[in-house]
Design a protein around this ligand. Sequence first.
Ligand code: PGA
Length: 249
Amino acid sequence: MRKMIIAGNWKMNMTNSESSELVKSLVEQIGQVENPLVIVCPPYTALSVVKKLLDGSNIFLGAQNMYAEQSGAYTGEISPSMLLTIGTTYVILGHSERREYFSETDRMVSAKVKLALESGLLPIVCVGEKLDERESGKTEDVIGSQIDGSLADLDADDMKKIIVAYEPIWAIGTGKTATPEMAQEVHSFIRGRLKDRFGDIADEVTIQYGGSVKGDNAAGLLSQPDIDGALVGGASLKVDQFVKIVNSV
Ligand code: PGA
């Protein structure tokens, strides 16, 4: 059985005091939930504060990015070993905002994925097509090459530790969600691609959907056979919305 996983990507939001307030409410309301597995990904500055408040709950800590080196002269970057020392378990890699605003390529994402795994962090690897790519019928080409490029040189054992997040770029932060059927089609394509590359382990890989997931549309998306959770941006900053999403599994 695949694990259902709901992750909140707080992006560049939340001071430490706002983070504390948010996470205290989450722990109170969904701190003991075991299915789905719940992850929160605060900004780097709030990771330690949030980790302390999560202790004793079932909610896991994730980071939003990392650099593909363990240490050195890389001003402004954060390494996997640093994330591990403060109790981070998961790390989002290759988010479309990283790809778009910080020019991250599949090659860079792949290097990060490999170092994350070697270090003991569990990656959430994001893929997704732009609106014009969808409209010109290139969705599968784009997603297929992102999957191949971002998950290069891995084996089936590595794949057991990876979560894939399908996030159509046109649906992120726009209020436009893919219909459950549209999302299912791509999720099934991704699983097929993983099966070709890694074999039957593909049936065990959690594939999350992301892009304007809210309390009201989560149940429809999560009832699709190949949608195994959600990566939630805007709605993860609102306690009632995020709780509703978690409870709709
Ligand atoms: P959104 O963001 O839920 O605000 O659309 C999702 C994401 O970018 O992970």
